[in-house]
Write a protein that binds this ligand. Sequence first.
Ligand code: 26W
Length: 852
Amino acid sequence: MVRGRDDPGSAEHHPRTARGRVGSVTRVTESTPLIASPEPSVEGFVREYLRELNFTQGTVLERASTNDKYLALARTVRHYLMASWMRTTSEHLRTQPKAVAYLSAEYLLGRQLDNALIAADLTDIASEALASLGIDVAELREAEVEPGLGNGGLGRLAACFIDSLATMAIPAIGYGIRYEYGIFRQKFEDGWQVEKPDRWLDNGSPWEFAHPEHEVTVSFGGHVETVSEGEGADAVETSRWVPGWEVLGVPYNYMVPGYRNGCVNTLRLWSARATHAFNLETFNYGDYAEAVRAQTFAENISKVLYPEDSTPQGKELRLQQQYFFVACSLRDFIDQLLPQGFDLHRLPERVCFQLNDTHPVIAVPELMRILVDEEGFAWDEAWEVTQGCFAYTCHTLLPEALEVWPVDLLGRLLPRHLEIIYRINDEFLEEVREASGDDAVLVRRMSIIAEHPGRAVRMAHLATVAATKVNGVAELHSQLLRDKVLADFARLWPEKFTNVTNGVTPRRFVRMANPRLSELITEAIGDGWVTDLDRLRELEPLADDPEFRRRFREVKSANKERLADFLARRDGIEVPVDTMLDVMVKRLHEYKRQTLQILHVITLYDGIVSGRLALEDVVPRTVVFGAKAAPGYAMAKQIIGLINHVAAVVNNHPEVSRVLRVAFPANYNVTVAETLIPAADLSEQISLAGKEASGTGNMKFALNGALTIGTDDGANVEIRQLVGDDHFFLFGLTEPEAAAVAEAGYRPATYYEENATLRRALDLIARGEFSGGDRQTFEPIVSNLLGEDRFMVLADYQSYLDAQQRVEAAYRDPDAWSRSAVLNVARSGFFSSDRSMRDYLDRIWHAEPLES
Ligand code: 26W
């Protein structure tokens, strides 16, 4: 149960005396007066900056630390966006347009400063202003600790989407969790991953605005009572949730600036606090220690991001997090963004709650509970409204990544929600029975409640039943959702299923991360591409212009220098700047097949040391990995260990290291991606076909002029179709082929027995070549590959090797290579997240931009 601040019923639970009167929210009916942001000028910026440094940071320039200077700069930049933010917010309230409310447990934002400078068009002014004070902006940029409030693709996608929504002036709000600890900081000890806490808030977070006055109370536990209302024939039984405990959600607002368009949207992240009532009572009893313990208990809810990105642990705290943030968000939307007394029957006209995977799906029974229990809606009315308000995006194909919650856990934490889910399921299964002529097997398969191994709620089924639309994140993925993962549902409701291929924001991943390429592009075709990425097409003819290609190569090589410098300073890693830069960066997962790439490295190493491969026949390359493993995922950690141990041997070998280097900087994150991707020549997208839903790194690489070596998987399929077969190195089984091999019974050992090159590579690992002679160290990897090899690494090995040879041949011709690279840039405009947003708007949300 959730109560808003303005709910008079909550007063008795919330003695306010200690904290003063609660401000009620002013409903804006016409434009409120707003303070203007300062006019951009160098002198003005200097003044604002010194004011921040002296009056807010409380220090003088001579004594200011780098962090002081960074905080003052961040706050100064904020000023220039503030009026736009306030204007956007008040316009939103005044005009009451249909809004998109993006519900996501993760936002992998990356650093904010540079993005804000670019959005506000202040980069040059800020540099000049600070230079006049003897400060280097570049140094301050590095002081920012990125908010790593996400695991990988799904969280980064959410960050790209809110950027695009703001740039397109769509009324949108992002809702999520303000984790005190984001994704862990990865370190290597002897090549093995260790996790350290990510204390991203330690130095202060200048981008957030706490709003305790908009706190929301969230309830958990307790039991459900049935109450009868009315008499005789009119008597109706209703359910009443009597919760066991409560926490408060305090919202923190972050600005989401559009690119130079005067629109600044809001990202609202919730932080958990103990309720005042609880504190007061317990403290009054004099049990100080117990009161503090209870406080810690409540605050644990938003303490840490779960670092699993594919195997849900079914942890109670995770379900608490999920319910906590969606309960706060629904309450907030209804109380803060809709006019008082708004008729909730019309909610679908005003909002689409987009469910970013199943993590926020508990919002479905929560809205039902609000409508039925609090607003007195009849069940059917409430269900119609609810079905009109939600849409669901699925981001995976791995069955083990689909969340299920044991019924006893869910019932203990949210008894009323479980009851609601049961009723939704009953009515849904009735529909299935009717449509299928009582097909009991089908009913069991489609049920929201799984019976085996234990009774559990299948969140993907709940989401699919409730949503107006269900979408996958690339063509192939959406097709597999329709044909395999959710096939029964797609047969019942074909029109519910749609595709929206992912995209990435060109602001962060081209304009900001690759200023040199941006300049080259802008010089050639003007700067319209930043918000209209299809215009990159205009570069196509320049692929045939030798001078343009030369300048493109100059950009690449300058980006390699920048990377080398970055890695030298950050990690003490030395990378050559004149070799092919071959990059695989993404979460460590067996289906993504980092092992396949390390096997290629081992094969090159073996070829050289055994003399079968002459040094002059090898195209010098530097292989860069970046990957975090879920802390409990033993095989993923083994693979990290293997890569680091292979790197040590390769890099220290006097001959081999002349043509082959392996670099594995620890703690891959958005900031590293921004330096690494613009320098890359070759993008490794080598998952087993049918396993990677989309991938978004693949798009970032193509847009930055790297060529892809990849399987026919996820969005690779669309990248290849757009850039053309001649500019993409395809290899491996297709999805239907892989499915057929699996069906027929896959036997990896056959490949080992029949392929001598593969055998030598695996034998090197098995014999301890990379583990100081110890055969045990990497035994689990070898026996896994020879035994189960669930993701068919061995089946695709030879095909991958052949593709790598085509890569080498192509790279030997710099002109042809850079022609392909330019064409990759020119033909990848489709992968802008602006286009993804247009697709969501047309196919799912049906919202319009705010007039400015
Ligand atoms: C712990 C439970 C869990 C399960 C799945 C947590 C997180 C997930 C995510 C769905 C994993 C994820 O990030 N998926 C990725 O989403 C990207 C954005 O759509 C896609 O590009 C990637 O292919 C997909 O793996």
